[in-house]
Every structure is written in C-alpha cells, then in structure tokens.
Design a protein around this ligand. Structure first.
Ligand code: SAH
Length: 213
C-alpha cells in the first residue's frame, strides 16, 4: 500500500471512525504527508494509530490526538494561531491548512531546524517558527485567536491566556508529568471558560511557566 492510500485509511478508520467530524480537519489530515515528518526508519509506521519518535526524546502525537486537538479549535480560516512545541512541524502544517497564519515555538534548536526544512520542502509560506521558551508565548504577534500547546503543562500558563484574543480558544494538556487532561478554554469578557475533553499523555512542557528542567 502506498503512503497516500495508507493516509486515506488512517482518516477513515482512526478519525472518521471515532469522533472526528469536522470535514475540514479530515481533509487536512488527508492532505498532509505525515511520513515526511518522521525519521526514515519510522516512515513505514507513519500512519499507524500511535505516537512516533522524532528525535531528542520527543514524539509526534498519534494522528487521532492531532485531529482531536485541531477540531477543538474550530478554525474558520482567518485565524492567527500560536502553537507551543513545534517538534517535527507536522501539527503546524495541519494548522496552516486551516488557518491564515501559524506561529510556532520550539525550545530544542535541532528539532526547530528540522521542522523548518520539512515545512519548506512542502512549500508552506504561512508558518513562522521560533526557538525559545513557549511557556512565555510569542508576544510580538499577539493576540492569537487560537493557541495550541502540544506538551503537557502542570497548569495553564497565564501569559498564554493573556496572548489569547477575546473569544479565542486554547487547547492544552494539563496535569502530572505522566498523564494529563486535555482542556479547551475560551476567553470571554476577560473570563476563562474551561471544558475537559479526555485523558492524554504528552511529553512535558519545560520552561519558566511549565515544568522545571
Ligand atoms: N507538535 C509536534 C509534537 C510536539 S512534542 C509535532 O507535530 O511534531 C512536544 C514538543 O514540545 C517537543 O518538541 C518539545 O521539545 C517541545 N517543548 C517542550 N517544552 C517547550 C517549551 N517551553 N517551549 C517550546 N517547546 C517546548
């Protein structure tokens, strides 16, 4: 089976077969070549129902988790999105298919470099990457209509709430270092409304307003 066919099956079985209903999210997951974001010897497993190593002890989330988190943001197409934890750049590519501009911060330089290469090769022009501590957000381009944190945080960094626009939504795994709850929050009239989505397991968010090294 070729990669394209594997990707179609992934969408049908792992996503549509569960609770991913947003057609735009499903189409984005069908378009972005996930195998281009994993290491060569992992490519054969790129469309499997699980996370995969991307180097530096980090992982690219399971396709279902990428789709679920994206669906939570209810993107319409004109948003400026902030992602914390660029990793391979795969999630940034999915977001770039569905929003106007994507800003993504990664603390590990080698991962950010590789992500730049991956995204350039695929021709994305609406993604900007930065190396640094994403728990502090990316002040320069704030506010963002949507924020996605792809590493587990001990709690919700207040700076990120501040960089979210009025009516904007943030999706973030919150909890212990081994398991977390995926939380969606919306900022309304300066207040924060929270909704728990499901349990999840992410690598730790390490930084000033996350876990200490
Ligand atoms: N979204 C990525 C996977 C993320 S894995 C993808 O699609 O491939 C989580 C990433 O968060 C790791 O690359 C890790 O280095 C990064 N990370 C952890 N703490 C961070 C912080 N404070 N700021 C930015 N990136 C961070």
């Amino acid at each position: 089976m070729g990669f394209e066919e594997e990707r179609k099956r992934m969408v049908e079985i792992q996503l549509r077969g569960r609770n991913i209903k947003d057609e735009k999210v499903l189409r984005a997951m069908e378009r972005v070549p996930r195998h281009k974001f994993v290491e060569k010897d992992c490519q054969k497993d790129a469309y499997a129902d699980r996370p995969l190593p991307i180097g530096e002890g980090q992982t690219i989330s399971q396709p279902y988790m990428v789709a679920l988190m994206t669906q939570c943001l209810e993107l319409k197409g004109n948003e400026k999105v902030l992602e914390i934890g660029t990793g391979s750049g795969y999630q940034a590519a999915i977001l770039a298919e569905l929003a106007k501009e994507v800003y993504s911060v990664e603390r590990t330089e080698s991962l950010s470099r590789r992500a730049t290469k991956n995204l350039q090769e695929l021709g994305y022009t609406n993604i900007k990457l930065k190396i640094g501590d994403g728990t502090k957000g990316w002040e320069e381009h704030a506010p963002y209509e949507s924020i996605m944190v792809t590493a587990g945080s001990p709690d919700i960094p207040q700076v990120l709430v501040e960089q979210l626009s009025e009516g904007g939504q943030m999706v973030i795994p919150v909890g212990g270092s081994y398991s977390q709850e995926l939380v969606v929050l919306r900022k309304r009239k300066g207040k924060v409304e929270k909704k728990d989505i499901c349990g999840c397991v992410f690598v730790p968010l390490i930084g000033e307003f996350g876990w200490k090294e």
